[in-house]
Design a protein around this ligand. Structure first.
Ligand SMILES: Nc1ncnc2c1ncn2[C@@H]1O[C@H](COP(=O)(O)OP(=O)(O)OP(=O)(O)O)[C@@H](O)[C@H]1O
Length: 456
């Protein structure tokens, strides 16, 4: 069973409560639908009655996308198939899988949507884009390292993945590795721990993984701040790669000179190559990004008027992730409330996203969102009853951070987490507090989440 099938009952329930105008609408259109297949990025949903295909596509495509993303924590495209074309779809899916270049297979860490083709170039990012293209064309040659910095959600990861895709498309034999600095740090902590227990191979394996690359991309380097052993190891990894002409690409929220706790020798090295910044997009770029998303996601059929796009672009200014999210929200709302897409509806859709001063309060809901995104675990699972470690750990981290960073009573935290009792919340808080004393990787992860919540 895949992740969508597993969560199908919850997805249908969400569709029912949030997007169906009546019980009859639900039982007629939604209830009979089943998951036909899940490919890498698309959920194929089987429509039993051929005649209803068009109506379902028109009305429920986006709501399904939203519900699936909210329940599973993964964003998938949605495609509806009937029994007739299901076989054709299956064949196509198999063929597509086979065709998938060995390059993309090798670089499982890359998001297939983050390519240069889907990246909108504007005055805020044209230098970083040009530098990235130059590096992608001849890795290891001109700008090494390439250091890209900029605020949250402005496209650093997108650009890094674009470089990696480009290099692999040109030469699929190149060894390319993309990781976040959190992964690097936690894997190092684990290797050191296993090493201490007598397994000397662990460190060798770690070093091989990071040194045996033509291109190494490390995202969010600011999170290795202040960790001596990680900085030491990264220093040697860096030197090893650099000396042998291998390309290093680094991203951060600040330029090297402003990362205060970065060791001087690393700072100097980061400044050896080229430093490129991405700033907030201007109005024209925001409009271009909205139009690009409309095209890429097949949203033209909603005929979103210009003044609505302008309204969004005028109000969501500093984070492209939110700019994209607002468009999805608007369309979902229009489907749900059966209202035309106009400024009034856009104002309703964006009301929670527009804040005059852009200051976020740390609330239990925000903690839950950030933890859910960080661990790639759905909100539904966090609120649910599953007891597997992948869910329990983030759930307990939420309990702990709510206790540490907000004044919310434990009872209310329990309610937020789907009605857990006071004792479970208290246990979760204590467990994380105790583990933080001994578990360095956990402490690293929790401090990264804290920084995401409170970047200042
Ligand atoms: N210039 C752009 N053109 C098209 N889409 C963009 C552009 N910049 C960012 N995006 C989109 O915005 C979203 C956020 O971008 P991304 O994750 O790359 O940001 P980031 O700077 O790495 O954020 P963070 O600081 O949270 O790591 C992604 O969906 C990305 O595709």
């Amino acid at each position: 069973m895949n992740i969508v099938e597993e969560n199908w009952p919850q997805i249908l329930k969400k569709m029912k409560t949030e997007y169906c105008s009546s019980n009859i609408a639900y039982t007629t259109w939604i209830e009979p639908l089943t998951v036909y297949e899940l490919s890498e990025d698309t959920v194929y949903i089987l429509v039993k009655l051929k005649a209803s295909l068009e109506h379902i596509e028109e009305k429920y495509m986006l709501p399904f996308k939203v519900c699936i993303a909210e329940v599973t924590g993964y964003e998938y495209e949605v495609s509806f198939v009937t029994e007739d074309n299901a076989v054709i779809h299956r064949k196509k899916a198999i063929a597509a899988k086979k065709q998938k270049s060995s390059a993309v297979l090798e670089s499982a860490n890359l998001n297939p949507k983050y390519t240069f083709d889907t990246f909108v170039v504007g005055s805020n990012n044209n230098f970083a884009h040009a530098a990235s293209l130059a590096v992608a064309e001849s890795p290891g040659d001109i700008y090494n390292p390439l250091f890209i910095y900029g605020g949250v959600g402005l496209g650093k990861t997108h650009l890094m993945h674009s470089i990696a895709h480009h290099i692999l498309e040109k030469d699929s034999s190149k060894k390319v590795l993309y990781v976040t600095s959190e992964t690097f740090t936690n894997e190092l902590i684990d290797a050191l721990k296993i090493g201490k227990n007598g397994n000397e191979l662990a460190m060798t394996t770690f070093r091989e993984k990071y040194r045996n690359n033509d291109v190494l991309l490390i995202d969010d380097i600011q999170f290795i701040i202040g960790k001596e052993s990680t900085q030491e190891e990264f220093f040697h990894t860096f030197n090893h790669l650099h000396v042998s002409g291998r390309q290093i690409i680094i991203s951060s929220d600040k330029p090297p000179k402003d990362i205060e706790t970065l060791e001087a020798r690393l700072r100097t090295r980061f400044e050896w190559g080229l430093i490129a910044d991405i700033s907030s997009p201007d109005y024209e770029t925001r409009m271009a990004i909205l139009r690009k998303k409309e095209e890429l996601d097949g949203l033209e059929r909603y005929h979103i008027p210009d003044d609505v796009m302008q309204y969004i672009a005028n109000n969501i200014k500093s984070n492209i992730r939110e700019l994209e999210g607002s468009l999805n929200k608007l369309i979902a709302l229009s489907n749900l409330e059966k209202k035309p897409i106009d400024i009034a509806l856009a104002a309703e859709a964006l009301k929670d996203m527009i804040s005059p001063d852009n200051i976020r309060e740390i609330t239990p809901e925000l903690i839950m969102d950030i933890v859910s995104e960080h661990f790639n675990v759905s909100i539904a699972d966090l609120k649910g009853r599953k007891r597997n470690a992948e869910i329990v750990l983030p759930r307990q981290i939420i309990m702990y951070l709510c206790r540490e960073m907000t004044d919310t009573p434990l009872k209310a935290v329990g309610a937020l987490l789907g009605g857990k009792d006071h004792a479970s919340i208290s246990h979760g808080v204590k467990k994380i507090a105790a583990d933080l004393e001994t578990d360095e990787a956990l402490s690293n992860t929790v401090s990264i989440i804290r920084k995401k919540l409170n970047p200042l």
